[in-house]
Ligand binder design. Structure first.
Ligand SMILES: CC(C)(COP(=O)(O)OP(=O)(O)OC[C@H]1O[C@@H](n2cnc3c(N)ncnc32)[C@H](O)[C@@H]1OP(=O)(O)O)[C@@H](O)C(=O)NCCC(=O)NCCS
Length: 172
């Protein structure tokens, strides 16, 4: 069972279908998609997607798929963090924050809190993140979190596309 994570000024709630309505508004912010992806097409689509993700597993059951939504204290949702954990304890992470809240260190707080949870409760020992080279905000965030650029061999192994970069962080 996933846990609620409390950190400095944020609460990370395990994402459920009940979050869909509030998250649809958050995820409709066009600024989030400057570099990749696109907003959810409809609220119904997002609700179905979130319901599916409540299994916390990939379709082949091999990976754990963990999603938390980010809440300001006693107030609205501002984004999400997520991790895909393989059976050997490697986690690929991703994150999105409503642009109204960028530049305040909130993404850093939320992602660091998730990383601590992954290490403590899910035996994660390596973290990776793939992002578009032009996404400097994402790169700066990863640098602040102690991630380093991965080797060319790692890029090949993870099938990183030419316009993308892979960064990683080892836990011990
Ligand atoms: C990537 C993303 C989450 C980064 O958000 P962010 O707000 O820039 O990240 P942080 O929370 O770490 O905030 C950092 C900024 O706040 C500033 N800041 C202010 N107070 C701070 C504090 N107490 N602690 C840390 N940083 C603080 C930092 O100086 C930094 O400013 P800078 O970007 O000018 O250097 C956000 O841009 C986003 O959601 N992008 C769209 C989705 C996306 O691209 N996701 C990644 C796909 S891989």
């Amino acid at each position: 069972m996933m846990h609620v994570i409390e950190t400095g000024s944020l609460t990370l709630e395990p994402q459920t279908a009940a979050h869909a309505e509030e998250m649809f508004a958050v995820l409709s912010d066009p600024a989030i998609y400057e570099h990749e992806n696109e907003p959810p097409p409809t609220l119904e689509w997002l609700r179905a997607r979130f319901a599916q993700l409540e299994s916390r597993r990939s379709a082949n059951r091999q990976e754990q798929w963990l999603n938390w939504v980010i809440r300001l204290p006693g107030s609205e949702l501002i984004g999400y963090v997520q991790a895909t954990i393989d059976p050997t304890g490697r986690a690929a992470i991703a994150y999105e924050l409503s642009s109204a809240y960028w530049g305040r260190g909130l993404a850093r707080q939320a992602v660091q809190a998730m990383i601590s949870e992954l290490v403590q409760r899910y035996q994660v020992h390596q973290l990776t993140a793939i992002f578009k080279r032009k996404n400097l905000r994402s790169m700066r965030l990863l640098e602040r979190l102690g991630f380093s650029p991965a080797s060319p061999e790692q890029h090949m192994k993870h099938q990183v596309e030419p316009g993308e970069r892979l960064m990683q962080r080892e836990e011990r």
